[in-house]
Design a protein around this ligand. Structure first.
Ligand SMILES: NC(=O)c1ccc[n+]([C@@H]2O[C@H](COP(=O)([O-])OP(=O)(O)OC[C@H]3O[C@@H](n4cnc5c(N)ncnc54)[C@H](O)[C@@H]3O)[C@@H](O)[C@H]2O)c1
Ligand SMILES: [Zn+2]
Length: 436
């Protein structure tokens, strides 16, 4: 009987302690939420190994009974695991009023297949999603907010940060060499990796560095512009420019994984938002009528996740069917023939130039629907330049076959046709959007 009383008493003590611990747990987790919100605002990673180790040794010493110390350490460890889960959950959460959209798309390319993770806040999960327990060369741009690269660096065991000057000029052999030399001096081996954190310029360059170093090491892409999130980060085209000719030296080098965090777009200037949307519009026009009509009926600039996912699905399908651009992949160049000419002559942004380049390549009916969309987005409908100079630039990097140039045209939204045109006809098409 007395034994039973003792047991009851002990159980009551445990229940009391549990009640107190429940209150303390709530109090603790409220503070964890505040930490998560701070981290989200300042782009800091959830994982903080140094802080964890410090805590275990500091708080662990408060336990007087040496028998209990290791148990307490593991109790504290699991409490911290739970805290991390809570923080990750909060970081993933969308802005109020917006639907959460997470997607993992798989680029199926046999042994070179990879996942494309599209998820708000996934930058904070880079340590979980990528293998960063090795030397990681993080390449970023000087105008890319530093917090993005630092968030990734905070989750690496041995990070190296390489910051390139902003602008297309960085896609050069000189900058490529700088990156490779930094890796050489840091003792990078074949089992280390490169991670791009930035727009298409950073991605194209860092990808090429990964393709070159020791004949190819792992590459991760974390795109932070609309253009790179909807288009350039997937598909494995990497390159630098050569004597002013765009993407003249490069390689096909697929990333091992792509992390797309739409939260990073919050710092992107509006001009770069619409610039990138032009590539998504292109994807809709050639292969996804629904995506194109989304541009007509909704505000694509605020519905970015939907647009990004749909555009990625188009590109993914095309690349899966023709990785090396022997045929079908050419359709992704819709708007690019004239677009590239405009880009090199006027210095307009890539997406803006492609938007102009698409106008003459549509049927009259499609053009009648495209123009209001371009106006709504604030993309240009024409540009002041000499059509002959643009024509010369177009001819400079285009191969002719039997005196004609092959272009992609869109007869109805969501479809394409390849057409061979005579150079003089191409000049007339250019004149539709380029005037002195
Ligand atoms: N590999 C491919 O398949 C492919 C496809 C299309 C385009 N491209 C290439 O992509 C390049 C263009 O890419 P882009 O439009 O991303 O340009 P970009 O890389 O120059 O980025 C645009 C600007 O935005 C800044 N920036 C990037 N992320 C930011 C952020 N989150 N907040 C604030 N500023 C940010 C950059 O520093 C830069 O100044 C071109 O070189 C083009 O040839 C490649
Ligand atoms: Zn393009």
């Amino acid at each position: 009987m007395r034994h039973r009383m003792k047991l009851e008493k002990a159980r009551e003590k445990i229940a009391n302690a549990d009640r107190q611990m429940a209150k303390l747990f709530e109090e603790r987790m409220e503070a964890v939420k505040a930490v998560a919100d701070y981290k989200k605002e300042h782009g800091l990673p959830v994982e903080d190994k140094a802080q964890e180790t410090k805590k275990i040794s500091e708080i662990g010493s408060l336990i007087g009974d040496p028998e209990l110390r290791p148990y307490y350490a593991s109790f504290l460890q699991s409490t911290m695991e739970i805290s991390k889960r809570l923080q990750q959950e909060r970081l993933r959460r969308q802005a109020p009023g917006k639907e959460q959209e997470n997607a993992v798309l798989r680029m199926e390319l046999g042994p070179d297949s990879y996942d494309i993770v599209l998820e708000r806040g996934c930058l904070h999960r880079a340590g979980e999603l990528l293998d960063l327990n090795r030397k990681v060369m993080i390449v970023t741009g000087e105008l890319v907010p530093r917090k993005y690269a630092e968030t990734v660096a905070g989750q690496c065991t041995e990070p190296f940060l390489h910051i390139i000057p902003s602008g297309e000029e960085s896609k050069s052999f000189a900058v490529l060499e700088d990156i490779l030399v930094t890796m050489l001096n840091a003792g990078f081996t074949r089992s280390d990796c490169v991670c791009a954190v930035g727009g298409g310029v950073v991605g194209d360059l860092a990808g090429f560095a990964a393709a070159c170093y020791m004949r190819g090491i792992d590459f991760y892409n974390v795109p932070t512009t609309v253009l790179s999130q909807v288009d350039s980060s997937i598909g494995g085209k990497t390159a630098v420019n050569l004597r002013g000719v765009k993407n003249m030296a490069g390689a096909f080098w697929q990333p091992k994984k792509v992390l797309i965090d739409p939260d990073t777009l919050s710092t992107l200037p509006p001009r770069h938002i619409t610039n990138g949307l032009a590539e998504a519009l292109k994807a809709g026009l050639i292969a996804d009528e629904k995506l194109f009509s989304l541009f007509e009926t909704e505000d694509a600039a605020t519905d970015t996740e939907k647009v990004i996912e749909a555009a990625l699905r188009v590109k993914k399908k095309v690349v899966e069917a023709d990785e090396r651009e022997n045929g079908l992949r050419k359709i992704l160049n819709f708007g690019h023939t004239i677009g590239h000419g405009i880009e090199s002559v006027t210095g307009m942004l890539h997406g803006e130039s492609v938007a102009l380049g698409m106008i003459p390549m549509c049927s009259d009916e499609v053009r009648a629907r495209l123009i209001p969309v371009l106006e709504k987005l604030g993309l240009p409908l024409s540009v002041r330049a000499d059509p002959d100079t643009v024509f010369a630039a177009v001819m400079h990097d285009k191969k002719m076959s039997a005196g004609k140039i092959t272009v992609v045209k869109v007869p109805v939204p969501g479809s394409y046709k390849m057409e061979s045109v005579l150079p003089e006809d191409l000049k007339d098409l250019i004149k539709m959007v380029v005037h002195v």
